[in-house]
Design a protein around this ligand. Structure first.
Ligand SMILES: Nc1ncnc2c1ncn2[C@@H]1O[C@H](COP(=O)(O)OP(=O)(O)OP(=O)(O)O)[C@@H](O)[C@H]1O
Ligand SMILES: [Mg+2]
Length: 359
């Protein structure tokens, strides 16, 4: 499939900060794509470069035109790009009602009165704010304000909508509702979304695919399940989800740590110093440690209603190994237990970079 947006080898530096370092990403038509990474990793800089508010130092950014051919965005001013950016700290016009806030951009484009009315009415319906059309921003809840901002962004029917931390101002409950809303909206309006977030759960729950960034570089681009179960490197493993990262040495299918050979999945053929990733739900705790992979003592248990977490201190391992299981905790503090896991679920990661087969 021809991508809707192609970002090729884009770099951008501010003085001594390399905000974007050789970033390449392809985004497909109608995709819900997320950019995920810690503060300062370059997410906003990348969105601003796509929207035209920032000039990359090098690289190319192109979009699929109506005629099916690809056109460069870099030579176009922001208002000529078929792209709309909802800023990280968006502001509604406080003196205008909801309807006017949404209509403003269309009126500036010089659309006819009837066209503006029809499009605003349609989008008010989409974001479920018909009954708030005459309200001022100050009379709305945080979630409603957020929906006005979204309505304002989609009413212009951009081919690509860029949303920079669209839900960051909301409290947790509204935020989870808006995540579902955003996904429904994207499906309904058929616009390609690129959403920036530093919240991994938010990215995982909404996006078709995610690019994980760190220090201006793309670490991995994949769907949520792949990122979680097959992270490309230690940074991604640590940033996405929870679990234990156990340092050791690998050679072929043999992972050695703590003077033992531990079951592992070394599908990417890492060789030498490496890290073994154990997700909590992959670790089984057993009272009988005769065939356990590791042994240790229970130091913490937490019950979360449907499931529980058990933390086990293993001699020679800095962090406790964490296991998640269904139901109530079955072990008590101080109890000696064995730990088991399936080789396939314990992924070997290269130290200090992406996994590579040795020459
Ligand atoms: N105009 C600027 N001048 C100088 N440095 C900048 C400028 N804009 C961004 N930077 C730097 O570039 C890096 C990337 O910034 P960016 O705003 O893209 O990060 P971000 O991933 O969006 O972070 P956050 O999650 O905090 O919004 C940071 O180190 C930042 O300090
Ligand atoms: Mg930002």
């Amino acid at each position: 499939m021809t991508p809707l947006l192609s970002i090729e080898h884009v770099s951008k530096a501010y003085d001594t900060t390399q905000a974007l370092d050789d970033v390449s990403i392809e985004i497909q038509p109608n995709e819900f794509f997320a950019l995920l990474g810690p503060s300062g990793c370059g997410k906003t800089t990348l969105l601003r470069s796509i929207a035209g508010f920032e000039d990359p130092d090098s690289g190319a950014i192109s979009i699929l035109g109506d005629d099916g051919t690809s056109m460069s965005l870099l030579s176009l001013p922001p208002n000529k790009r078929p792209v709309n950016l909802m800023f990280q700290s968006y502001a509604l016009f406080p003196h205008m009602n909801v309807r006017k806030n949404i209509a403003y951009g269309l009126e500036r484009e010089g659309l006819s009165r009837s066209e503006v009315d029809a499009r605003v009415a349609e989008v008010l319906e989409t974001v479920s704010l018909v009954d708030k059309a005459k309200a001022r921003p100050a009379q709305l809840s945080g979630g409603q304000r957020q929906r006005v901002a979204l309505a304002r962004a989609i009413v212009k029917r951009p081919r690509l909508l860029l949303l920079d931390e669209p839900l960051s101002a909301l409290d947790r409950k509204v935020r989870v509702e808006m995540q579902l809303e955003l996904k429904r909206l994207q499906h309904e309006v058929g616009i390609t979304f690129v959403v920036v977030t530093h919240d991994q759960e938010e990215a995982m729950s909404m996006a078709d695919r995610i690019a994980v960034m760190h220090d201006g570089r793309v670490q991995q681009i994949a769907d949520p399940v792949t990122l979680y179960s097959r992270p490309a490197n230690v940074f991604v493993a640590d940033f996405i989800g929870s679990g234990t990262l156990l340092p050791g040495e690998v050679s072929g299918d043999t992972f050695s740590a703590l003077e033992r050979r531990l079951p592992c999945n070394n599908a990417s053929g890492v060789h030498g110093p490496a890290v073994l990733m154990l997700r909590p739900e992959s670790v089984r705790v057993t009272p009988d440690d005769s065939d356990a992979c590791l042994r240790g003592a229970v130091i913490e248990t937490h019950f979360y209603g449907g499931s529980s977490i058990t933390a086990i201190r293993v001699d020679g391992v800095e962090q406790p190994v964490v296991a998640r299981s269904a139901g109530a905790p079955r072990y008590s503090m101080g109890e000696e237990v064995g730990l088991l896991w399936d080789a396939d679920e314990a992924v070997v990661l290269a130290v200090g970079g992406s996994s590579e087969t040795p020459p």
